[in-house]
Design a protein around this ligand. Structure first.
Ligand SMILES: [Zn+2]
Length: 56
């Protein structure tokens, strides 16, 4: 059983995906998914100045 690309649904939501943003339905969904992937892949440490940090 094969599914034509035109009937593919967005991997981020259930809207129909479009070829331009495949496998997403829109730029927004593509960006959202990419952002989520990056957040899960990279742990950004909180940058806090040390207690004795002085600004000079
Ligand atoms: Zn979508």
């Amino acid at each position: 059983m094969t599914t034509p690309d035109t009937l593919r649904t967005c991997v981020n939501c259930d809207h129909a995906a479009v070829a331009e943003y495949k496998p997403f339905c829109s730029r927004r969904c593509a960006d959202l998914d990419l952002g989520r992937w990056l957040n899960e892949s990279y742990t950004i440490p909180a940058v806090e100045p040390p207690d004795d940090w002085s600004e000079e």
